[in-house]
Design a protein around this ligand. Structure first.
Ligand code: FDP
Length: 343
């Protein structure tokens, strides 16, 4: 019996313990971020439980049309949004919320205001809900200079100004990946304890990967650099092996695999969607922040993704993120095209 390993298992690094450890490195800290994160964690636990029950509810739904109370089942994405809005507002640490589900930003009532702005997608990948495929919550956190006078303009900050970002994946297990700007750590929900336990300390993305991840159904509308890049993945000319294609169609799941195994995730612009599909403030920025913190890169086709300054809260952007060497290749193809068009 490996007593050392056993002892290790009894010394559990919960997400709360980890965040408190991080906080103790900053003696001037008043614990506001720790409190905010604990409210986000609560939201994730609630959604994890709701996602699990959604399948069962659907099965019972087949036998009869309404639940026992005769109520209509709330859609999971609306329910998740309500949960996160309530958790974030009640934390007393937020002044503005930007949610994928809400057309306008929510300005928190003055009495409950704190210094943070949270941008989030409460349930990303919702087209995968009904078939039980992995979905997730994505969030990014900014600090606001003056919570009492905050305006929408102040919310439209570049991604590099984020102070923390993360996602929670509701998959075969529930995994929360978090960065507070000091590396990336992954935590798995132990359902028996109701606690996220650190299972993936100090995640570093491999410098080069063997997987590319893209919706190839859009290929006929791609621009030249994207088309050339994917061709190179399939028919490499440098003697290397072709890359494998994996695409789930849930950003959280596709990015999570990319982070752990290496490779590249692409949601490029195309002729039908010149700005791509994914939203800057609560998809592109948090995932780019995590990628960079894990040693990878994130590129929009024009610039480093985190340098982008959004002009509206639901703005979209093309995105290429993942292993540094893989993203370098697509950057070179865009540079080549820019040179050719300017010549
Ligand atoms: P969904 O439409 O299912 O909500 O932005 C949302 C998103 O999923 C991402 O999670 C996912 O990466 C992408 O859209 C999938 O888009 P395609 O179906 O066009 O591939």
């Amino acid at each position: 019996m490996d007593h050392a390993a056993d002892a290790h298992r009894t010394d559990l690094m919960t997400i709360t313990r980890h965040v408190l450890n991080e906080q103790s490195k900053y003696p001037e800290s008043r614990g506001d971020l720790t409190i905010l994160l604990s409210h986000i964690v609560l939201g994730c636990k609630f959604v994890a439980s709701a996602v699990n029950k959604a399948g069962l509810a659907k099965l019972t739904g087949l036998a009869g049309e309404t639940n026992v109370q005769g109520e209509e089942q709330k859609k999971l994405d609306v329910l998740s949004n309500e949960v996160f809005v309530n958790a974030l507002v009640s934390s007393g640490r937020t002044c503005v919320l930007v949610s994928e589900e809400d057309e306008e930003a929510t300005f928190v009532a003055p009495a409950l205001r704190g210094k943070y702005c949270v941008c989030f997608d409460p349930l990303d990948g919702s087209s995968n809900i009904d078939c039980g495929v992995s979905i997730g919550t994505i969030f990014g956190i900014y600090m606001i200079k003056n919570q009492d006078t905050v305006t929408l303009e102040e919310v439209l900050q570049p991604g590099k100004d984020m102070i923390a970002a993360g996602y929670c994946m509701y998959g075969s297990s529930c995994t929360l990946v978090l960065s507070t700007g000091n590396g990336v750590n992954g935590f798995t929900l132990d359902p028996s304890l109701g606690e996220f336990i650190m299972t993936h300390p100090d995640i570093k993305i491999p410098p080069k990967g063997k997987i590319y991840s893209v919706n190839e159904g859009n290929a006929k509308n791609w621009d030249t650099p994207t088309a050339k890049y994917v061709e190179k993945c399939k028919f490499p000319t440098d003697g290397s092996s072709p890359k494998s294609l994996r695409y789930i169609g849930s950003m959280v799941a596709d990015v999570h695999r990319t982070l752990l195994y290496g490779g590249i995730f692409l949601y490029p612009a195309d002729k039908k969607s010149p700005n791509g599909k994914l939203r800057v403030m609560y998809e592109v920025f948090p995932m780019s922040f995590l990628m960079e913190q894990a040693g990878g890169q994130s590129f929009t086709g024009k610039e480093r993704a985190l340098d982008l300054i959004p002009t509206k809260i639901h703005e979209r952007s093309p995105i290429f993120l993942g292993s540094s060497d893989d993203v370098e290749e697509i950057k070179a193809l865009y540079a080549e095209q820019a040179k050719a068009t300017s010549a």
